[in-house]
Design a protein around this ligand. Structure first.
Ligand code: KG4
Ligand code: ZN
Length: 340
């Protein structure tokens, strides 16, 4: 069965075609709106929705073309039902539902984070269930225990800012633009370790929760009143990244120990961070667990992970796919552990 995946929860329009029978991603395309939102220092929801409207059809056409398939080949449409920006979600949902109605194929709404945590299954080296998943994106920081499709238990999560949000806000303090995660990470590579020491929030809390909002305040106090200086900023970026990475790696190790599981999946935009990857690899070697990542291009938001989650849910005869007809809804706020 050929599944079209549609992702429009935030500022990336993602479209993909996944062949469920061949368990193969045929083609995918992502349009990032970053350049459009940059001037505002963050995502402007109305602009995001309008841009999704503009991008979806041409992106979908391109994906069909590259996969060498037509609409007549389509078996189902999967789309992000939530969480995310209401207007942006509605664009993808309306597109997917309209297509499903016109073609007479099922449509299925997918939880965005389920897409992220299943995304390593698209890699050549993919994890078996059960595993622990660290979801680190711009909107979420969670540790989940994943027993199987749809069987997710929340182990811990951030009490305030998400890790990616902390990267972005700190990057802004250092004048790195939006979203600053990748730029901050590049700058940190030129910084000296240990030049400044920032707090490790909740490192010793004994649970699997996180807190990152205090870090940006600590950075703000450090840079306030200082003259802009390239090396100083690089040292601060390094101090910030060291703190975030140490906490994330320590909590992952604690989750592995606590669950007794042997596979850790890292998903979401911050999972692309090189220093985080190196720290987790060191932990994995030391503690004897295996690490799994999505392909680098599938770390951030994309349609492929939504197509995959849709295909798996349809194969498992998920009830969500039966909701035919013209009525549909989106869920801007949606708890993954209480998914359906
Ligand atoms: O998963 P994602 O594409 O979107 C959300 O669902 O949020 O994640 C985007 C987030 C942004 O906060 C971005 O700054 C961060 O991931 N990010 C990074 C890196 N690449 C992306 N943060 C740190 N280091 C990176 N290399
Ligand atoms: Zn995401």
């Amino acid at each position: 069965m050929l599944v079209l995946g549609i992702e429009t929860s935030c500022d990336e329009t993602g479209v993909a075609l996944y062949d469920a029978a061949a368990t193969r991603l045929l083609a995918h395309a992502v349009h990032s709106q970053v350049a459009m939102h940059e001037a505002y220092g963050g995502v402007v929801p109305e602009l995001a929705s309008r841009d999704h409207v503009r991008r979806l059809v041409p992106l979908a056409r391109g994906v069909f073309e590259r996969a060498g398939r037509t609409l007549a080949d389509l078996g189902a449409v999967a789309y992000t039902e939530g969480p995310g920006l209401a207007g942006a979600l509605l664009v993808g949902a309306a597109f997917a539902r309209g297509l499903s109605l016109a073609l007479g194929v099922p449509a299925i709404g997918i939880h965005h984070l389920e897409g992220h945590l299943l995304s390593p299954l698209l890699s050549a080296r993919s994890p078996r269930f059960p595993f622990v998943a660290l979801l680190v994106s711009g909107g979420h920081t969670q540790l989940m225990r994943v027993e199987g499709l749809g069987r997710y238990a929340l182990l811990g999560e951030t009490q305030d800012d998400a890790a990616g949000e902390a990267f972005d806000k700190t990057a802004q303090l250092l004048g790195l633009g939006y979203p600053g995660g990748p730029a901050l990470s590049r700058l940190a590579e030129r910084g000296h370790a240990g030049r400044y020491r920032l707090p490790r929030p909740m490192l010793g809390s004994g649970d699997l929760d996180f807190s990152f909002s205090g870090l940006k305040t600590a950075v703000m106090l450090l840079v306030r009143g200082s003259a802009p200086n390239e090396q100083f900023h690089a040292d601060v970026a390094r101090a910030f990244q060291d703190a975030v990475v140490e906490v994330l790696a320590a909590k992952c190790a604690l989750a592995m120990e606590g669950t007794g599981l042997t596979r850790l999946v890292v998903a979401g935009g911050v999972g692309a961070n090189r220093q985080l990857r190196a720290a987790l690899e060191a932990r994995a070697r030391r503690d004897g667990f295996d690490l799994y990542y999505p392909e680098p291009e599938l770390c951030t938001d994309n349609g492929a992970m939504i197509a995959l989650a849709g295909a798996l849910r349809l194969q498992a005869r998920d009830r969500g796919a039966d909701r035919a007809g013209c009525a549909f809804t989106v869920r801007p706020r949606w708890d993954l552990a209480a998914s359906r």
